[in-house]
Design a protein around this ligand. Structure first.
Ligand code: WTA
Length: 651
């Protein structure tokens, strides 16, 4: 395989400036595996500790107990690491460049000194609202600087934030507020995006119907829209900030005190609250940000993700700011006002590193090269991708048209659970192959297991499920309130390993190719979604008796959402009902979960014991029903014929 694949060796330019060249990568990687304790003892110094750690690594993946602790007896404050420690040397340097949704509105340049003052004011306001160390705060915000202030203010207090993507529905928000028993929700009047507005405050009010009466909200005025107001519960940020003090002493927290909860989808049930702690997470976010993107002083780094996802946590806020970087925050979307927006912003702010999702690349590629060529992209030095496999065609376009053939592309494989990159090229060290995430980061030991037996495949070339053998500091520690679910989800299918849920192939050069999820998790436009979540939204509709949801290949989104719906007796299928169901799912979960295809299914293929055979449904959705395999165990094989005949995705 590797002989057919075009390879891109490290460029002279990247090698000359990189923190890590091939020789250093090999040496450091070996050291990180041979003696993790010594390796991480040294790397832990990337962070300023209040009380230094004496213990470094105390982790076990079971069997039996699973417990992950790093730098356990050290204490620190994450916001002081992201702000205060830079003030003496780079107080006047821009920490955050903010680019608004409307290109006509002024961008903001926020210095580290200004970031300090703003974070302290927000911390004081939250403290006045009763937020203290260990309390939970939900952040439901547009991509505005106040979202970063809010995260850092929580960290400063030692409170635990849970950011909820602004595209989630009131129901999803309410479930997350209650799920972690939050004291305060920080939100805004509305979130402008792509010229449209999401009414965040109205949504928050609706979400509160599912929450305790004592939950308060802190509301940032972004658009100035008229919003409903309840003096007993709502605090006006723009008023409070006028009198809030701009100093707030950072609270000392333990390395293993939680920094944040972030809900993410799994193969079963409702989303789970992934818990990341303070010390190890910050060390890992800072280190990966520095090495993967080869960040240097003076660079302007832009990650186009949203702070509602883990990418925004690690690579817009915590990693870059811990490194004293200039990080760009973009409120808008790639195609507004036109398909040149990303490139216009790169040119306008002289961006040096640009990090985005394959789905955006595919969508923009389809609009034509002229949108890129209009803009001067000579400042770009490195490109990155995250969130889903990138097809070589999109990789090549990104490399040639956006990167002018000179910028290495780092295809970073990682997950909400991993806190930071686990498999990724390093620009000064790694030969690139379009579509491969290539090599493990320091301290990371990927293994490929035979799916059925769980045996480790030790030959160079291998294909199977991707697991990780030992812990790294950025790893999640538990599921909020449900440690058992943590153990069951990640450590029980393949005892003694962290199970990623992804399949992969390793080639003869030791490069990893992620082949996608092996469980019932969808990846739609780089957004993770459980089929079970969409199914339970569908069956909540009064006209739906049963539903089964699978993914199918989609040119732009990577995967689309394909729903098989059985209606209640006597309900007639119609195009209107299809629209109604689509809208219903959007209301229940959010627009990202909107079904692409809905097929009316008089029956679903089930085994005699009543289990839905998803394998068959996946094949039909893929329009690949020639090889359905054994259907003899079905209770009623004839339902399959009907599903094939009425399939929605015909190539
Ligand atoms: C997928 C996003 C291929 C994968 C940081 C993983 C990828 C899931 C890549 C995690 C990549 C992420 N190549 N697939 N470079 N990066 N994935 O939690 O299936 O939103 O398990 O984290 O995205 O999604 P999550």
């Amino acid at each position: 395989m590797s002989t057919e694949v075009k390879q891109y060796p490290v460029t002279e330019d990247a090698a000359a400036r990189a923190h890590v060249d091939a020789e250093r990568y090999a040496r450091m990687y070996a050291a990180s595996i041979d003696d993790p304790e010594a390796f991480w003892r040294e790397q832990g110094q990337r962070v300023d500790w209040i009380k230094p750690y004496s213990r470094v690594k105390d982790t076990t993946f079971g069997p039996g107990e699973v417990s992950i602790k790093w730098f356990e007896d050290g204490t620190l404050n994450v916001s002081a690491n992201c702000i205060d420690r830079h003030l003496a040397t780079r107080g006047e340097q821009t920490a955050i460049i903010w680019e608004p949704d409307e290109p006509g509105e002024d961008a903001l340049h926020i210095t580290y000194r200004e970031l300090h003052a703003a974070t302290c004011r927000m911390a004081n306001i939250l403290a006045d609202m009763g937020v203290a160390k260990g309390d939970r705060v939900v952040i439901y915000m547009p991509m505005i600087p106040e979202a970063a202030y809010a995260m850092l203010a929580c960290a400063r207090i030692g409170a635990i934030h849970s950011v909820v993507f602004a595209g989630f529905s009131p129901d999803a928000l309410g479930a997350r507020v209650s799920g972690c028993d939050a004291k305060v929700v920080i939100t805004a009047d509305s979130a402008p995006r792509g010229g449209r507005k999401t009414p965040l405050k109205v949504n928050t009010d609706k979400a509160f119907k599912h929450c305790k009466d004592s939950v308060k909200s802190l509301v940032v005025r972004r658009t100035g829209d008229d919003i409903p107001w309840d003096d007993a519960r709502d605090v006006d940020y723009n008023e409070a900030v006028k009198t809030a003090s701009d100093s707030f002493e950072p609270v000392e927290v333990g390395a293993e005190d939680p920094l944040f909860i972030l809900y993410t989808s799994g193969s079963t049930g409702q989303p789970k609250g992934v818990v990341h702690t303070s010390g190890g997470y910050l060390v890992y976010a800072a280190m990966t940000h520095r090495f993967t993107f080869d960040y240097h002083d003076g660079d302007v780094y832009w990650c186009s993700a949203d702070v509602g996802w883990v990418t925004g946590h690690s690579y817009i806020v915590y990693g870059p700011l811990a490194n004293g970087a200039t990080t760009l925050m973009f409120e808008g979307v790639p195609t507004y006002p036109d398909a040149g927006r990303f490139w216009e912003v790169c040119a306008k702010h002289s961006v040096t590193q640009f990090y985005t999702a394959p789905t955006a690349i595919r969508a923009l590629m389809g609009q034509g090269d002229q949108w890129v060529e209009k803009h001067d992209l000579s400042s770009l030095r490195l490109l990155g991708t995250v969130g889903e496999p990138i097809n070589p065609e999109a990789w090549n376009w990104y490399h040639r048209v956006v990167g002018g053939g000179r910028c290495p592309i780092v295809d970073t494989w990682w997950q909400t659970e991993t806190g930071g990159h686990l498999i990724t090229p390093l620009p000064g060290a790694t030969t690139l192959k379009p579509g491969s995430a290539t090599k493990p980061f320091f301290g990371v030991q990927p293994v490929v297991l035979e799916p059925q037996t769980g045996e480790e495949i030790t030959t160079a070339e291998a294909e199977g499920v991707l697991c990780i053998k030992d812990s790294w500091p950025g790893q999640m520690r538990t599921v909020w309130g449900d440690h058992e679910r943590f153990v069951k989800t990640y450590f029980s299918d393949y005892a003694g390993y962290y199970f990623s849920g992804d399949g992969c192939r390793r080639d003869a050069d030791g490069d990893y190719w992620i082949t996608g999820r092996v469980d019932d998790v969808l990846n739609v436009s780089g957004h993770r979604m459980g089929t079970a979540e969409v199914e339970s939204a569908l069956v909540a509709h009064e006209k739906v008796a049963e539903a089964a949801v699978v993914g199918y290949p989609h040119d732009i989104k990577g995967q689309g959402i394909y729903c098989y719906v059985t209606l209640m007796n006597g309900v007639e299928p119609s195009e209107e009902l299809r629209q109604e169901l689509r809208q219903f799912v959007r209301t229940e979960i959010g627009p990202i979960a909107s079904p692409d295809l809905i097929q009316w299914a008089p029956g679903l293929p089930k085994t005699r014991s009543g289990k839905i055979m998803r394998r068959i449904l996946r094949k039909i959705a893929e329009d690949d029903f020639g090889a359905l395999g054994d259907t003899s165990t079905l209770a009623d094989p004839s339902v399959v014929d009907d599903l094939i005949e009425n399939r929605m995705n015909r190539k």
